[in-house]
Design a protein around this ligand. Sequence first.
Ligand SMILES: [Zn+2]
Length: 395
Amino acid sequence: MSAVTPERAIALLQDLIALPSVNPRFSDPDDLKGEGRVAAFLAERLSDLDFVVQPPTAAAGGNLIARFGEEGAALKMSFEAHLDTVGVSGMEIEPFRAEIRDGRIFGRGACDCKGPLASLLAALEAADLRPLRDAGIAIEVVGAVREESGNEGAEELARSGYRTDWLMVLEPTGLDVVHAHKGAFWFRVELRGQAAHGSAPEAGLSAIDGMLDLITAMRQHTSRAARLLEDSVLGPPTLNIGVIRGGDALNVVAPLCTIEADRRTLPAEDMGELEREILDLLAEMKQAGKIRAGRLEIIRRRPAFQGRPDVRLSRALLDACRRTGHPARTVGAAWYSDAGVLAPCAGQTVVFGPGSISDAHTARESIAVEQLLAGTVILRRFIEDLPRTLRSAEC
Ligand SMILES: [Zn+2]
């Protein structure tokens, strides 16, 4: 058990990177797609550690679930990591070779999310798990599919009635303990105006002018939400207009304009409310004769995650950081993860893992070896301390 060194994490990560698991919804070659290879690898490693591996079922969304310990344990501690990666087109490194250079391991998924998963596997291999079972603790590993296309695997798991006591969603947090993150509301708006000769704009209805008004109004709504919902951990909600298309020619009044926008939400915001606000604006603009028609299409709704920094799970993880000589910080994050979807299924939830989110999805994705090893050491300590954590929670 203890003979396994943290360096094992490097070998495990190299094995994981070598197994392509591009999200099936990306337009990469078919032979690179699907989580099956990584799921099989994970199942084999966990079986070796006496985990009972449930075969991926349609009911659980095709996610892999493996458990060490009793079903009705006093504490079920679940670790969740997504098994898919984004695509590899445009990458400036060899995506599956897992080269080590300058203290970093390069490859698709190196930090998102195979690095954190390798840290967990290495920690489980190194830890002595028997005292956990004796203490009535079950460890569960969930390998979730299709995260990068919108948390699909996690959503199906939540719909299947999944429950756990404590949940750690593994993501590259730079070893900070993330106890809250924003949500994402992605949408498309199409405005229709009326074409006319460019020399007589009053004879038409410019969809571009309409869109400028709409964007201004949406910005005002976002600023008002920022003032009303001041969130010292997550900061203000944001609005980014990532795409705008409109008009046919410079001497024609634009009959059509479309935007695609990314509104990052706070936990206190209701996405249904955001949708109604935009629909109300469109109705007002139509009523005022500024547009002929407006259409809203929701592309994605991903819930924010609001945990607390002072719950037992967060404190135990912070304690494991401190006891292994690493900085212990709780933070909020602007990105979203499976935690937004799965937190309602768990008593307590945190997001944690080695690697930097700024390296995720990049053309030269990598993780610092030092982060990977630190993650392994912290997770091992956290796992081995669980009986003590449980005892102190009871008194
Ligand atoms: Zn991820």
